[in-house]
Design a protein around this ligand. Structure first.
Ligand SMILES: NC(=O)C1=CN([C@@H]2O[C@H](COP(=O)(O)OP(=O)(O)OC[C@H]3O[C@@H](n4cnc5c(N)ncnc54)[C@H](O)[C@@H]3O)[C@@H](O)[C@H]2O)C=CC1
Ligand SMILES: N[C@@H](CC=O)C(=O)O
Ligand code: NA
Length: 429
């Protein structure tokens, strides 16, 4: 490091699960970080609501401030780990407008108001980095944004929410109660401040929007993403999945086809021998298919304060290097003009689980309904009950609109007592 290098001043906004670990690592690793950056990396302050709240011993009390604007205005790099839309948005814009680099973990803000932030960064020639916003510690933003920038990404398939993966995994393997597992995910620091963002699928949808924007070089916002969470998944769904050699995962799917771009998040049946089925606990995994690269898989800890802080620190080093030695990170790539398709146009496979009367001719009647909508049946599994039979019909690839029309007819025929659930299938040939 040159003895004349001016320190790079880092402001941290928010001191919760992630912020605490960012501060700890910044201070503990200060000398290594300085050597990697080429200049001292200095914590200029930590913005909190209340400076008197007791905090982790790693957080220096004299660095706490409740004056966010003054802190932002006196820093070279602003690290936003508060979450939420405001005041995060205003403070990030303020930082970017004065040419400061911004590192954020805030996928909700990026997926909702990203355009405004990217434009402000571009106008000021400032860095905007957000590796922690997608799949926690896993390097996925940088690979898609930079390493694959010369390729054509066609599909991304991922487990990108640690909380829901943890919940589904605990319910599947230990038969634990849904509410108890969600509470544990909160205690472990996996869940969002409001865990309905996790279980409702919105957190995964925000990540899917960010990944799709990067992969397909155009803006895809949260409103473009079809989103279904795990709240309707029942113990019976999990048992039926096990029965058919599958597991249920909340998957984010982003695909580019000739017709356009399709981005969706929903509970999905994955065959037990598929690598995504083996993603346990709060771990995440992202498959990327690109024309030249072929299939790539990224795997690691998708949630939790310490792993997420690793991704934040990596971004801090990148932007601090630019501050110390010159240079700048990539601008937003937003030139493509593909149509973002509605969910009704999505193509996938389905498992329809239903109860039918235990009498002859029922199966033929059900098959006729599927055929009338052009939905091919790949397999039928029967599970006998008292006076009725449980059926699981797995389909060939079909259009979502055709499947919806099929289910509507199934619900109105007397050949079916009840349609219990409809789950999409990915990863099976
Ligand atoms: N916890 C995790 O595993 C991950 C979290 N993230 C993201 O990182 C960000 C932070 O998440 P966590 O640390 O888990 O949340 P958290 O709720 O533990 O921490 C946020 C902190 O910011 C503070 N804060 C919120 N609004 C504020 C305001 N207006 N003024 C001052 N302080 C304010 C809160 O009091 C809290 O201490 C969020 O955007 C989240 O989506 C991203 C990846 C993983
Ligand atoms: N709540 C999120 C945290 C990381 O993004 C999750 O559970 O994945
Ligand atoms: Na990441």
């Amino acid at each position: 490091m040159s003895p004349t290098s001016a320190p790079v001043k880092i402001a941290v906004l928010g001191c919760g699960t992630v912020g605490t670990q960012v501060v700890r690592l910044l201070l503990e690793q200060a000398s290594d970080l300085a050597a990697r950056v080429g200049a001292p990396v200095e914590l200029s302050g930590i913005y909190v609501r209340d400076t008197t709240t007791p905090r982790d011993a790693a957080v220096p009390v004299d660095a706490l401030t409740s004056d966010a604007q003054a802190l932002v205005d006196s820093s070279d790099v602003v690290v936003e780990v508060m979450g939420g839309i405001e005041p995060a948005r205003t403070l990030i814009l303020r930082a970017l407008e004065r040419g400061s680099a911004v590192v954020t973990a805030n996928k909700a803000l990026l997926a909702q108001g990203g355009a405004e932030l990217y434009e402000a960064a571009d106008a000021a020639g400032a860095d905007l980095y957000y590796e922690a916003a997608v799949a926690g510690a896993i390097p996925i933003v940088r690979p898609v944004r930079e390493s694959l920038a010369g390729d054509r990404v066609t599909r991304i398939l991922g487990v990108v929410n640690g909380t829901t993966n943890y919940v589904l995994d605990e319910m599947t393997t230990k038969g634990l109660d849904y509410d108890a597992v969600v509470a544990e995910a909160q205690r472990l620091g996996y869940a969002e401040a409001d865990p309905t963002a996790d279980v409702g699928g919105h957190d995964a949808a925000a990540k899917a929007a960010i990944l799709a924007s990067l992969a397909f070089h155009q803006r895809v916002g949260i409103d473009d993403v079809y989103c279904e969470g795990i709240t309707a998944v029942t113990a019976d769904d999990i048992a039926a999945a096990t029965e058919t050699g599958r597991v249920i995962k909340l998957l984010a799917v982003a695909e580019q086809t000739d017709a356009g771009v399709s981005v969706r998040v929903h509970p999905t049946l994955v065959p037990r021998d598929h690598p995504l089925a083996g993603v346990r606990g709060a771990f995440n995994a992202v498959f990327v298919e690109a024309e030249a690269a072929g299939e790539l898989m990224f795997y690691g800890q998708g949630a939790g304060g310490v792993p997420t802080a690793s991704a934040v620190l990596g971004d801090i080093v990148s932007v601090a290097r630019h501050k110390a030695g010159g240079g700048k990170g990539p601008r937003e790539s937003n030139y493509a003009r593909l149509e973002v398709l509605p969910m009704s146009a999505a193509m996938t496979r389905y498992a329809v689980r239903m109860s039918v009367p235990d009498r002859p001719g029922v199966l033929a009647a059900v098959a006729t309904i599927f055929a009338s909508h052009g939905v091919g049946i790949e397999s039928v599994r029967q599970m006998p009950g008292k006076g009725h039979a449980g059926l699981i019909l797995s389909t060939h690839r079909a259009r979502e609109s055709a499947l919806s029309a099929t289910v509507e007819d199934l619900r109105s025929t007397d050949a079916v007592n009840e349609v219990w659930s409809v789950l999409r299938i990915e990863g099976e040939l």
